[in-house]
Each structure stands twice: as structure tokens, then as C-alpha cells.
Design a protein around this ligand. Structure first.
Ligand SMILES: Cc1ncc(COP(=O)(O)O)c(C=O)c1O
Length: 1004
């Protein structure tokens, strides 16, 4: 009814006809008009007298912006037939105002997923530009009494009865803070501001990757107020539903500051204003809910607002202020420059801190993630061994104190207390904010300058501080603090808060590992410019993401000592590594990710980069029993220290590794040749087939990959038919990939049809007057997209090959060593026994050792007089490693783990498939899984697969894509992959599959 009336008014006043569809709105009636002429408009009918009164102001504001230097989009206001921007209309006896605006093409921020830093930065920047261009603009109506004007927000105090006690506990602190700061707040710069950059008023471009801000709509709440309010409002809505709202608002602030610089005074108020905007919005929602329970728009953001208020209440206000400053390129702490100037003029020495040591200089100890000294987790968690190494180091540098660690990203903080959730998945507090001095327990620590005790306690617990003291010191009318961790609690028991300690007074003695959180004895020494309201603790490590902020709050302690040996060193910059690699390393060696990773450490199913960022690795089936498994590492190290030579001598390691392998294989496969890589294994296997059969004619599958040597490339259609490939060699005979899902023959019972393709290939070889040499295939075709072979295919194919005199080679480079879960080898899934098995990647857990295992008959015939000599293959180090890897698989029951976790993962992925129709197939065995993405019309979705892999990396999970159409996600993690890690993978996949790029219907 209403829309019919409006349609006729539109025709009468604006000569516009078309289809009207209602839009949400607080007070106005809003419609989208799809005009018959093709254009789109927003139609606003204002009934509320206050809104009607505001219209001339809005009009003036929009015209001002239109004529300013503002580059962004504003709602273009359409004149009616009389040239006026508004028409008075009668709606059921009420005089209303009808206005028409050009439709701003794009989508709402509220409907955009994901919202990432760049978009937030864009929002801040856009808003700053609007405010910049409104400087000097004014209008009498801008100065009205207005509940949405944050400077007038204390009206909410009259409605507190709408809230219960726990709600009030969240609300009141912000009201009180507002009151406390009101006097200073009143002096802040003011201007006309948009005042309502909420998620339903921000238009974002349609681009599903890296969208941009198009513009803001709805200037109905514009008013003259403190300029900073506009940013506070944008932050409030821009950080809803985030894991870490403080981190999320920083790009908005940064972007804003770049276009409309913020003063330090303005930043002082921002934290409370964000809280206060939430309070205003929640009060309005509570009132509206009572008055208009039917209008859902009125309390649309109530739930997320409560959630945010709760999180925001948990953020330290001072820390937020410092973070805001840093985002605006101010020093995070306002006293930092002053402190640095003061400390430069002082002279402190290590001999003041540790007088009994009588040492002035330090020797730097690198405990960063890439440090080799630190070794692996097993080594650094073995405190006796760690301490032994410290003592050895001390012996070689008797006149120096072992020290270091400022801003060092360390792998040491392995307890879960150091993990925090973030919008990028769990992140790790690993960057060290102090300097550690590695000295014997009981070493006395003395005050470097006069101070007052502000904390002295025993922080008990694993990887905690133990005895812990913070002293306050005065400098230039201000304070700074020094922190001493890992003291013997007994030695500080007498200190009380408020006690004065004179320069050179004893602070305490270093603790032993028993009483300082199970650390080897050392002093953690840190400078703080603010206690940040901590009363019983203070963080000694922080995340890499917040490192720049914390470095300004906890300056380098070496500023006190000025030691060259402790000067901050920034390790090999990422760009240098990349530049050199680009210039001097093979150009065809690909590198993953637009921003490549510099991985320096591995542990279990994790890879860790130079900044201590941990990535869950679902790609690496080379690190079979877990990255740098300590037992495998030790086996290699020990043998390497004693002997490494070739196989022309007897060595028990060689026999032991051979036996360990043979024990896993079916009877008959019992002769081993060790080599160095999967390629070499297949190269040798093919040579065996040639030697035995006298024929070089080989049958292989389409999209197969068997190695990087000339011969193996020749049987790898993935390569010779791929980019830069030379095409199919004459003596390679391809069968279509036996893919029952999307291959030439589809569905169950297609095994025999694909086996007939093998027969056809044999027939064609015979037609050419040749005989068959061999048949090589993987049990699950990995580069083909994790494609399991159809039932019956392999038995029938082997039968045909053998009948034609050929040898059957099973390439187990990817699938072997327990990965299949139910079976140790891939071929066992199909009940066949090959003549030759090739084994690569998993056997050495990263060390280059591979093997060819064959029958006695094959081995004997291959030994035709030509010696098989391999300089490195089968050396004692490689064999020690291979034996140990096989033992670990057995003893840690990793095949069983692959079975259980793999089954769970495949089932859960199939459940995911039901919710996300672009997943068209989930397949695999054990921990060797593929997820195929297709449109409903079966078009392969390569870009979507790539998007998923890239976004998963943003969440700290590494995945790879493959398949002839690059639309298959491969999951083949180290075999220690746990249920918990599988769940993290599944949750992250679910999150990303909901993102716009993947969830927009695929109808290609
Ligand atoms: C199935 C298969 N065979 C052989 C190879 C070659 O192994 P390598 O890279 O150790 O030479 C690979 C390597 O990815 C492979 O996936």
C-alpha cells in the first residue's frame, strides 16, 4: 500500500518509475528503486519531525562535500522536477519529505566477509578524508541536541535501570571514565562529522578479494562534535565480532591518521569513547526493544555489541592508548624519547648489577628460533644438557657474562600459556622483551640505581618467573621500572612493596631451576616505562605482531650498559634472501606464496618462521614422523660423528635398515637397493625393468609424476604434458587417469574399464612390433589430485602387464610407510604385490634416503655384470636415519594414528561437504586426503582452491593444491598429526569456506 503511494509520488515529483523494494532504517522509510530506465536509486521518506528538520543541513553538507576536494563517493542527491532536492508528500494525512539519492553500487560492510586489515585501513582513511574536507563547514542544525552525539552521551545515565547487575558492571566503568576525562575531552578539536560509520552505512566494492571502501551513506546523524568521535564510532563497528578488537582497530586508526592527523590528546580519549559508543548503542537498543519490539533493525547489533563491550572491558586502557599512538607513528610511550635521552647520559655497568662476577662485558647468546646453538625442543627442554652447554660456553669466555635476548623471537615458550587466540588463528607470545644473563644460581643481583619495590613475589609454576621483583626509579620527574625475574624466592622474601632500595643494595640471588619455573639459572632483566596496571606479574614476552608496540614500552636494557656485544641485530632480512635467490638460484625452482615464508625450524606437525610464527603443516609428507623428530635427528648426528662412507664395506646399519624395510613388506619383496631420492629410486626401478625385459616400453598413467630425472620425467605426464614439457616420449604409453570421480569412466565398478585401457596400451605396443617393459603407477595418484585407484583396477592391470611379460612397479614415494593407515604400503589397499617397490620421501624423515625393493628374481637378473655403485646411497648415516624412522613409526604407533585421525578427518570433511557445495569430492586413505572443488556444472575451481590455501596460510595453516586442474586441496601432514590439529584444520576450513569468494554460488 505504502509503496504504491510512494511510487505515484515518485512519478509525480521526480518522473521516476520502477520497482520499489523496502530497506532497513531506524526512523525513515527507505526503499531501493530499480528504475525502468535502468538506474538504481535510494528513496527516503522521512516522517520524523527531527529528521525533517535535519534535511537542509544534510543537503548543505552533501553539496559542500561534492564541491570539495574529497575524492571518495558521496550519496548523490537527485533534484525533483522543480529543481528542489526534496518534495513534501502527504502519506495518510501526515506530511512527509520524499528524497531520492543515486544508488551507491557495492555491498554493505555488514555483508562483507572477510573484513581484513586493508579494508579497515581503507575505512579509516576514507573517514579521515571526509572529516578533512568538512573542516570549515558549519550549519546551525549541526549544533542540535542529539542523543547520538557522543559528547552528549551522559543521557544514558537516566536509563541504567534497563540493565542488570552484570551488564552494569560492563557499562559503568566507561561512564565513569567519560566523566573523569570530560573536562579535557571538551577541549578537543571539533568539526562537522559523519557520526555514524556503522557497518550498515559503509559501502564496500564488489571485489571479493581485496575489496575497497566505496563510500559512506546516510549522513542523517552528522553533527558538530569532537572530531575524534567519528573515528571512535567507525572503530566500534569495524571491530565487532573480532577475536582481538584492539589489534583490529589499529589499521582503522592508522588509515584515519594518514588522511586526517590525530593529536596525542585526541588519542587519549579514544579507548573510552569506543566503550561509550557501545554503551549508547546498547542503551538505545534496550529502549527500542521495549518500545518497538517488531523493528529488528533497531537492535540489530545488540548481541555483538555486548560481546565487544565485554572484550573491550578486558583491554587495558593504557595499553590501548599506547597501541593507538604507535598506529599513528608516535612513540608508543610518551616518555620514551625522554627516557632514552636520560639513560644515554648515565653510566651503568654489568659489574654494578652482578658485583661478585667482576665482569664488564657480555658474550651474546643467540636463543632465537633460527639459532643452531639451541638445538631442538628435546635438547632445550633438557635442562641438565642446557646448563652443561652454558657452562662450556662460559669456560671459553671466562671474562664475559653470557647474555642476550632483547626482541629475540624464541622457540622456548612451549607451554600453552604463551598461546593467545587471534583473528589469524592462535599466535604465540615468543618475542623476548628483556635481556637474560646466564649465571649460576645464587649469583647476587644488585640495584643499579635507587629504587622502590613495587612488586616482590614468588611466581610459581612451569616456565614462570619464580622470584620476581620490580623496582620503580625516578628520572627527570618521571618514573621507569626495572624487572628482575628468576630469582630465588627466599632471597627476596624480605622485600615489601614500598621498600626503598639504594643503589648497589642487594635485590636478590638467582634461583635454581627448582624454584624459578624450571628454567636454567639466569636473570631476566627488563625495563618498563609503565606497569600497565599489573600488580602481580608483567609479561616478559609478547607476540611478534605486537613487538613494535612493546619495544617502545620496554626499551632495550642494553641502553643502560651500551655493550657492543649486546647491540640489537636484525637477522637476514626476508627481502635480501629473496633477492639473492631470484638472482643466483635456479629460476625454475618455484617458491610458494606471494609473500614467501622463511621457515627456520620444524617441530612435530609445525613449521616455524624466523619471527617465531608457527604454521600447522598439512603438506609435508616428507617429515613423516614429525619435523626434526629428536630420535631420528640423534640417530643421524651420532652416526655422522663416527663414520660415513659408501656401501663397499660391510656395515651393520645397511643390513639393519634393509631388514627393517623388508619386515614391512609382503613375502617375496626382499632385496633392497638404497639410493638418495624418489627420482633415483624410480630411475633404478625402470632400469631394472629394461634390463630384465629388454624393452623400454613403459605404461604409465596420465597426470602421474615419478621424478625429476630424464627417464622419470619421460614417464611423468604431469611434467612432459605440463608447462615447458617436451610431450610424450615414443616409448611411454599413457592410460587415462583411473579416476572414478571425474575420469573417462565414472562411478563404482570402473576398475575393469580402466584395466582394459592397460590392455589397449599393451596391444598398441605389440602392434608396433615391440614388447612391454613395465608398468609404473602410484596407489593413489598424488599429483593427479589424490586420486585413489578404482577397485579391481590394479589386480587386473597387474595381471595384464605380467601376461605381457612386463614388470609392475609401485611408486610408494608419497603413499608408503604407514600413511594409508589401514596398510603400511599403498599397493596393499588393492591386494596386489608388485615386482618392484620404490620408496622415497618418508624413509629419511627429511634426510635424502630412498630405496628400491624387489624380488630375488628381479635382483638376480638385474645383476648382469654391470656394477651398481652409488656414492651416497646406503651410507651408514642414511641407513641409521632410515632404521630410526621405521622404528619410530612402529613404536609411536603412527600408522594407527594415520588410520584413526585420517578416518575422523575424512568423515568430518564429508560432513563439511554437505554445508559447502563447492566441495564436490572428499577422498583418500589415512592421512592422504584430497578435497576437490567444482562448480555445480563441474567446472574445476582452481582460483577458489588457491584462495583457500592462501587464506589458510593467513590463519597459520599450510595447505597445497594440485591435480590437472589445480582444484584439489591436498592434505598429507606429518603422521603425528593429532585429532586436535585435525579439528583446528576443520574449523579454519569452515571459517574460510564461508568467505564471500567461496560462498557466492558457483554457476560457471
Ligand atoms: C610419486 C612420486 N614419485 C617420485 C617422486 C620423486 O621423488 P624425489 O623428489 O625424492 O626425487 C615424487 C616427488 O614428489 C613423487 O611424488
Amino acid at each position: 500500500m505504502e509503496s504504491n503511494e510512494i511510487s505515484s509520488h515518485l512519478a509525480q515529483h521526480f518522473s521516476l518509475q520502477g520497482t520499489l523494494s523496502p530497506l532497513a532504517g531506524e526512523l525513515d522509510l527507505n526503499y531501493k528503486l530499480d528504475a525502468d530506465q535502468g538506474d538504481r536509486f535510494i528513496v527516503k521518506v522521512s516522517r520524523d519531525p527531527e529528521t525533517i528538520a535535519s534535511i537542509p543541513f544534510q543537503e548543505a553538507l552533501l553539496l559542500h562535500l561534492k564541491n570539495s576536494d574529497f575524492k571518495g563517493k558521496i550519496p548523490a542527491i537527485i533534484p525533483n522536477l522543480k529543481g528542489s532536492y526534496k518534495s513534501a508528500i502527504d502519506m495518510n494525512g501526515v506530511v512527509c519529505v520524499l528524497r531520492v539519492f543515486q544508488w551507491m553500487d557495492g555491498r554493505l560492510w555488514a555483508k562483507t566477509n572477510p573484513v581484513l586489515s586493508d579494508l579497515r585501513h581503507g575505512l579509516g582513511n576514507h573517514l579521515g578524508q571526509i572529516t578533512q574536507n568538512l573542516q570549515g563547514f558549519t550549519h546551525p542544525f549541526a549544533h542540535r541536541n542529539f542523543e547520538w552525539d557522543l559528547s552528549q552521551c551522559l543521557w544514558v545515565t537516566e536509563h541504567l535501570h534497563l540493565f542488570n547487575a552484570s551488564e552494569l558492571a560492563l557499562i559503568n566503568p566507561f561512564i565513569n571514565a567519560f566523566k573523569t576525562h570530560q573536562k579535557a575531552y571538551n577541549t578537543l578539536p571539533k568539526s562537522v562529522i559523519h557520526n555514524d560509520a556503522n557497518d550498515h552505512n559503509i559501502i564496500v566494492s564488489h571485489a571479493l578479494i581485496q575489496p575497497e571502501i566505496i563510500g559512506l551513506i546516510d549522513y542523517g546523524d552528522a553533527c558538530y562534535s569532537q572530531t575524534i568521535n567519528d573515528l571512535a564510532i567507525a572503530c566500534t563497528y569495524g571491530i565487532m565480532d573480532t577475536e582481538n578488537p584492539l589489534a583490529a582497530c589499529l589499521p582503522i586508526i592508522k588509515g584515519y591518521h594518514e588522511s586526517n592527523p590525530l593529536s596525542e590528546q585526541e588519542l587519549l580519549h579514544l579507548f573510552h569513547l569506543i566503550g561509550m559508543r557501545l554503551v549508547v548503542s546498547l542503551t538505545k537498543a534496550a529502549m527500542n526493544k521495549k518500545e518497538h519490539p517488531e523493528n529488528k533493525y533497531l537492535f540489530i547489533s545488540e548481541k555483538p555489541a555486548w560481546k565487544l563491550l565485554e572484550k573491550w572491558s578486558g583491554v587495558n586502557a593504557k595499553l590501548a592508548y599506547y597501541a593507538f599512538r604507535k598506529a599513528c607513528n608516535y612513540k608508543a610511550h610518551p616518555n620514551l624519547t625522554k627516557f632514552e635521552a636520560w639513560v644515554k647520559k648515565q653510566s651503568f655497568s654489568l659489574s654494578h648489577l652482578f658485583p661478585d662476577q667482576k665482569k664488564q662485558d657480555a658474550i651474546h647468546l643467540d636463543l632465537s628460533v633460527s639459532s643452531l646453538w639451541i638445538e631442538n625442543e628435546a635438547a632445550f627442554n633438557d635442562l641438565t644438557y642446557f646448563q652443561y652447554k652454558i657452562e662450556r660456553l662460559q669456560e671459553t669466555h671466562p671474562n664475559k657474562i653470557i647474555a642476550g635476548g632483547y626482541l629475540e623471537p624464541r622457540p622456548l615458550y612451549t607451554s600453552e600459556d604463551y598461546d593467545i587466540p587471534s583473528d589469524q588463528g592462535p599466535i604465540n607470545r615468543c618475542v623476548h622483551l628483556g635481556v637474560d644473563f646466564w649465571l649460576p644460581s645464587k649469583t647476587p643481583v644488585h640495584a643499579l640505581l635507587d629504587g622502590t619495590v613495587v612488586m616482590a613475589l614468588d611466581r610459581k609454576g612451569e616456565k614462570e618467573y619464580g622470584g620476581f621483583v620490580i623496582l620503580e626509579h625516578r628520572f627527570s620527574n618521571d618514573s621507569f621500572y626495572t624487572l628482575y625475574g628468576h630469582l630465588d624466592p627466599a632471597s627476596i622474601a624480605a622485600h615489601k612493596v614500598g621498600d626503598a632500595l639504594k643503589k648497589d643494595a642487594l635485590i636478590g640471588k638467582l634461583g635454581s631451576k627448582e624454584n624459578n619455573g624450571n628454567w636454567a639459572p639466569h636473570l631476566h632483566f627488563q625495563i618498563l616505562l609503565d606497569l600497565l596496571d599489573y600488580t602481580e606479574d608483567f609479561p616478559g614476552v609478547q607476540t611478534y605482531q605486537s613487538q613494535e608496540l612493546w619495544a617502545d614500552l620496554c626499551p632495550d636494557p642494553n641502553q643502560m650498559f651500551q655493550l657492543k656485544s649486546l647491540k640489537l641485530q636484525i637477522k637476514g632480512a626476508q627481502k635480501d634472501l629473496l633477492d639473492y635467490r631470484k638472482k643466483h638460484l635456479g629460476k625454475s625452482m618455484s617458491i610458494q606464496y606471494q609473500e614467501p615464508l622463511n621457515i627456520v625450524r620444524g617441530h612435530g606437525a609445525y613449521l616455524i618462521d624466523q619471527n617465531g610464527q608457527k604454521y600447522l603443516d598439512t603438506v609435508n609428507n616428507v617429515a613423516h614422523v614429525g619435523h626434526e623428530h629428536p630420535r631420528v635427528v640423534k640417530a643421524g648426528q651420532q652416526q655422522m660423528a663416527v663414520l660415513n662412507t659408501n656401501t663397499r664395506y660391510l656395515h651393520s646399519n645397511l643390513n639393519k635398515a634393509a631388514k627393517a624395510l623388508i619386515d614391512t613388506l609382503p613375502k617375496g619383496l626382499e632385496v633392497v637397493h638404497f639410493v638418495n631420492s624418489g627420482s633415483e629410486a624410480n630411475e633404478l626401478a625402470l632400469r631394472m625393468a629394461y634390463t630384465l625385459t629388454g624393452s623400454k616400453e613403459v605404461i604409465a598413467s596420465e597426470h602421474g609424476y615419478h621424478g625429476n630425472t630424464n627417464t622419470t620425467i619421460g614417464v611423468s605426464s604431469y611434467k612432459f604434458n605440463g608447462k615447458g614439457g617436451q610431450g610424450q616420449p615414443e616409448n611411454t604409453h599413457l592410460i587415462p587417469m583411473p579416476d572414478a570421480f571425474r575420469g573417462n569412466y565414472r562411478g563404482e565398478n570402473t576398475g575393469s574399464l580402466y584395466a582394459q585401457e592397460v590392455q589397449k596400451a599393451i596391444a598398441s605396443i605389440h602392434e608396433q612390433g615391440k614388447t612391454l617393459g613395465g608398468f609404473i603407477i602410484e596407489p593413489i595418484i598424488s599429483c593427479g589430485g589424490q586420486v585413489p585407484l578404482p577397485k579391481d583396477f590394479l589386480p587386473l592391470a597387474y595381471q595384464a602387464v605380467r601376461a605381457a611379460g612386463g614388470l609392475c612397479i609401485s611408486d610408494e614415494v608419497q603413499t608408503g610407510c604407514g600413511r594409508m593407515g589401514t596398510h603400511f604400503w599403498g599397493f596393499e589397499l588393492y591386494g596386489v604385490i608388485p615386482d618392484i617397490v620404490t620408496i622415497g620421501k618418508p624413509l629419511g624423515n627429511g634426510h635424502p634416503v630412498a630405496a628400491v625393493v624387489c624380488t630375488q628374481e628381479v635382483a638376480q637378473k638385474f645383476a648382469n655384470g654391470m656394477e651398481f655403485f652409488n656414492t651416497f646411497g646406503g651410507n651408514p648415516v642414511s641407513c641409521a636415519i632410515a632404521s630410526e624412522t621405521l622404528s619410530v613409526i612402529k613404536e609411536e604407533k603412527l600408522q594407527e594414528n594415520a588410520k584413526q585421525v585420517g578416518r575422523y578427518l575424512i568423515q568430518a570433511l564429508k560432513a563439511l561437504q554437505k554445508d559447502f557445495p563447492i566441495i564436490k569430492d572428499v577422498r583418500g586413505h589415512g592421512l592422504f586426503v584430497g578435497i576437490e572443488l567444482l562448480s555445480d556444472q563441474q567446472t574445476p575451481l582452481a582460483k577458489e582452491a588457491e584462495y583457500l590455501a592462501n587464506r589458510m596460510k593467513d590463519l597459520g595453516i599450510l595447505m597445497s593444491t594440485d591435480g590437472p586442474d589445480h582444484n584439489v586441496l591436498k592434505i598429507k601432514p606429518p603422521m603425528v598429526f593429532s585429532f586436535e590439529q585435525a579439528n583446528r584444520l576443520l574449523q579454519s576450513l569452515r571459517k574460510i569456506l564461508k568467505e564471500d569468494f567461496l560462498s557466492v554460488p558457483k554457476t560457471l
